[in-house]
Design a protein. Sequence first.
Length: 445
Amino acid sequence: MIIKNGWIVVDYIRNYRDGAVVIEDDKIVDVGPTEDVLRRHSGSGHDVIDARDKIVIPGLVNSHTHISMTLLRGYADDLPLQEWLEKWIWPFEANLTGEDIELGALLGALESIRFGTTTVYSMYHYHPGHNEASGLIKAGLRGVIGIAIFHWSRDKNIKMFWDAMGRWHGRDGLIKVSLGPHAPYTVDPETWMRLPEILNEANERYGDRGRVIISSHIAEDWRENELIRDKFNVDIPGGSIFRYLEKFNILSGDFLAAHCIHLNQVDLDLIHKYSVGVAHNPVANLKLGMGFADTPKMLEKGIRVSLGTDGPASNNTLDMFETMKFAALINKPIKRDPSVTPANIVFRMATEYGALNLGYNDLGILKPGYKADVVILDRRKPHLTPVYDIYSHLVYAARSMDVETVIINGRIVYDGGFVNTSLDDVISRVENRVYELLEKVGKGD
Ligand SMILES: [Zn+2]
């Protein structure tokens, strides 16, 4: 397939105003000015997409969500975190079957694709046959599923992790499985201690099908350190959660820490020292009143900060264009400096850094040898005219609904309609099932 005559955004610096991308199987094989690319591939018999007046970008990477929670979108809003979880979310979730989790993931996958996201990291409960992975595959979305681990169900969760590795890791070239210790206040020291060995073994046995990472919620709530001390009777040295985690030998470039809002200088130094990745979720953080990460400081230190929406119950969408705009704006008033988190760096966070944080070294850039995850936007729109700076447009002006075509792993999955599944059918199934679930939790009317 050749996409020609488009404004090709290779990465956060390089772009061709009139460029082309060549895709063969699941990989990008050539990128450059249209004229040069066509000369190199003349008579090659590729399918041609004319991308005149279009912007062609690497697919966006949503590096933190709980995608099946689309089923709980708007179910309970504007409540304090603990009340929200205990009175609303957990009782609802207790009734979810594997089929429900798959259906919620399928709906979230369609939403993600429609909005130009081609890879998600999603942590949730796992059922062997039907789960998030099976939902993502039905839509054709690339994803890393995190098997949630809590200390009260540790043995069962670890068993599930190995089951998921065997069944789903590497499946269809789209799915990876990862370790998802939920958070330091729901995972006890004994469990943390066991995780490095499990991660190493997973990479030794299954790493050839994709690097296995570990991801956890870190420092989302300002009360967390106190909670951990009280719950597990442990010391958080110098109030540094990363100093605490360091002693479990779990920190590395394979560790992705979501949120990282309430940190001190020691934490930042350790994140940098161990090359830990950070997933920043500005919309959900604002909605839950948690505060937000000091991303300018992190980026200045060279920390890989990627972007996430967090779950659709606390956002309430999976819209990465909206997330990019929030990420660009959120720290400017705090720093009293509009030059922090500039548009092209935010674009890098949503693409290349997202891919790296999920353990892919061949994703997130339109480069030969990289995976062919490509998104095409229509720029023949009032709000996208004129164009001076393409990155400013993508972050500040573009809307997720400007996405026109989505290619994942070299295959078109959206071109105005979903290729792999019927949206109408998915919406009807979700509406019927949610009605039944509400009856079960006594919130039917
Ligand atoms: Zn989360």
